[in-house]
Design a protein. Structure first.
Length: 558
């Protein structure tokens, strides 16, 4: 809260952020705009949220009946009748008929002040809504009296310390028909409902806010069954946490192309390629991996319904229906031309903030090119990238390319991305084959090879590059070359085996011949040993015989 200016929270999502605390407490706020822009619903939301927070209020209507007011705000989920019964809100219908007043002549607001004071005291009101101020002052014919009474009304509201919201129709060349209310109001909010190229957009701008800083840009706002919400898209910036954690893509071969495996959490990853290249299938692999880790994922599809996505992913072995049933995956499908660019952004941010996924897929971002100019599309997607990063969410973006030019995207987002994968679909030898090339991955070393991209009923595979005589081969050319390599390898192996058999046989014959020769040598050595032994025995016997003969001779001589 800014010092010196006390503020009252409106409870309107996003609005309290851009006003840094809500509306000025105890002061009048003018909400102006053309018919159908949401003035009454804004005022009703302010009043109901205040009553729920302990600040009773009074709703003064000069046009619609109280029953109509109750029915109108019921579309926002507000049970206004129950708050009336609890005396937290009083509805005061003041019908002013200019034709009747003209008969009496000039009049002032004393009667109005008396009725307002009674209503305020009845519920102890802290807030008040006047809807719309033109009906109140339509009977004033004297401009001097008109201006004086307008000032008097605003001063009365301030004196009572009421936080007031006053709605007014936009005039010609001025914010209001009287052209004075915006000058005496402490805060002026302009609501706009415009149509461009048959696409409607609601936008809000804070024209002035005395005594406090505030957002001055135009902000898209939504009116739906969940209430009134404002997206301060222009306040998104580059302040976000950086993660070192790696996340699997769900494709093991793709993870292996990155040193360390996987992509950084909260990265922005772009898949670009021509139709049929497999962009959506790769993106859904990231989704399946995130859900398998126990995280939540959200898919914004601008071309396919959720049921169609579920059916198509079964063809590559992904059962994403179970993640939807378990509440981990939510698919939102909408045509890009159904909303304006900023309205798409507002809706996506709102859904993401409620579901709180860890991974978000936009498929394809190129579909927005038919909804606005390229610079507008780039600005919207830049805000989306910043929002995802600031919330630690991994963003997957697919982009349909009209050609296979490397380094170019129609939406001009490639420079904003942390990782960029190009999916090619090349025609070779009368057939189309998919290829994947990792153009960049910030903060990660990665492979620079072009991988053949194959989708089967068991998932997605990236084949190792096969280099032929004329470059990398894919498809049937790859399979033919691999078959030729296999045949040549088989032939070479057969030759090697035949030579090995021949050498083995020759070795065996040589070993047999050696064994025979060794046997012959051994036999001859044995015969030689026998002869040597016989010779020795012979000599020994001869020596013995000579000795015996000599001995006999000696005996005879004696």
């Amino acid at each position: 809260m800014t010092a010196g200016i006390e503020k009252a929270l409106t409870g309107i999502e996003g609005f309290d952020d851009i006003t840094m605390g809500g509306l000025p407490r105890g002061r009048p706020t003018l909400v102006c705009g053309s018919a159908g822009c949401g003035k009454t619903l804004f005022a009703s939301t302010f009043l109901v949220n205040g009553a729920r927070a302990g600040e009773p209020g009074v709703f003064v209507t000069f046009e619609e009946r109280p029953s109509d007011i109750v029915d109108n705000v019921a579309s926002l989920g507000f049970e206004l009748d129950s708050l009336v019964e609890e005396e937290l809100i009083a509805i005061e219908h003041i019908a002013i008929d200019p034709s009747e007043l003209a008969e009496v002549g000039d009049y002032d607001l004393e009667g109005l002040f008396m009725r307002l004071e009674l209503a305020v005291e009845e519920v102890g009101a802290k807030r008040i809504v006047l809807d719309t101020i033109e009906s109140l002052f339509s009977a004033f014919q004297n401009p001097a009296i008109l201006r004086a009474e307008i000032r008097r009304l605003f001063d009365w509201l301030k004196d009572k310390g009421l936080t007031a919201v006053i709605t007014g129709e936009r005039g010609d060349g001025a914010l209001t028909r009287q052209g004075l209310e915006e000058y005496v109001s402490d805060c002026v909010i302009l609501l706009d409902h415009r149509v461009h190229n048959q696409i409607s957009t609601r936008r809000m701008r804070i024209v002035k806010y005395r005594g406090t800083p505030h957002g001055t840009n135009e902000y898209p706002f939504l009116i739906g069954e969940d209430g009134f919400s404002v997206l301060p898209v222009s306040s998104l910036g580059l302040e976000h946490q950086v993660y070192d954690e790696r996340l699997s893509s769900g494709i093991a071969d793709l993870d292996a192309m990155l040193t360390g495996g996987g992509f950084h959490r909260a990265s922005s990853i772009l898949f670009s390629g021509v139709a049929g290249a497999g962009k959506s299938s790769v993106a859904m692999c990231f989704v399946d991996a995130a859900c398998a880790r126990g995280e939540r994922a959200m898919v914004f599809s601008f071309e396919e319904s959720a049921d169609q996505i579920v059916r198509n992913m079964r063809s590559i072995g992904l059962d994403v229906a179970k993640w939807i049933d378990e509440g981990r995956l939510r698919c939102i499908s909408a045509r890009p031309t159904f909303y304006s660019l900023e309205m798409h952004l507002a809706i996506m941010v709102r859904e993401i903030s409620r579901f709180r996924p860890s991974l978000v897929v936009l498929d394809p971002i190129s579909a927005f090119l038919d909804s606005g100019e390229q610079l507008e599309v780039q600005a919207m997607l830049l805000r989306m990238v910043d929002y995802l990063k600031s919330n630690g969410i991994t963003g997957i973006f697919t982009n349909l390319a009209h050609d296979q030019t490397v380094g170019k995207t129609d939406a001009g987002l490639s420079s904003l991305m942390d990782a960029w994968l190009l999916l090619l679909n090349r025609e070779v030898n009368g057939e189309f084959n998919r290829e994947l090339y990792l153009l960049k991955a910030r903060g990660m070393a990665h492979s620079n090879q072009v991988r053949e991209f194959v989708m089967t009923e068991n998932g997605i595979r990236l084949l190792e590059p096969y280099l032929g005589a004329h470059g990398a081969l894919t498809g049937s050319a790859r399979r033919l070359a691999e078959a030729q390599d296999r045949r040549q390898e088989t032939s070479r192996r057969a030759e090697v085996m035949a030579l090995q058999d021949k050498v083995t046989q020759r070795r065996r014959r040589a070993e047999l011949e050696i064994a025979t020769l060794q046997a012959e040598v051994a036999a001859e050595e044995a015969e030689l040993h026998r002869l040597l032994k016989a010779e020795e025995d012979y000599r020994n016997q001869a020596a013995a015989d000579l000795a015996e003969l000599a001995a006999g001779r000696n005996a005879s001589g004696g």
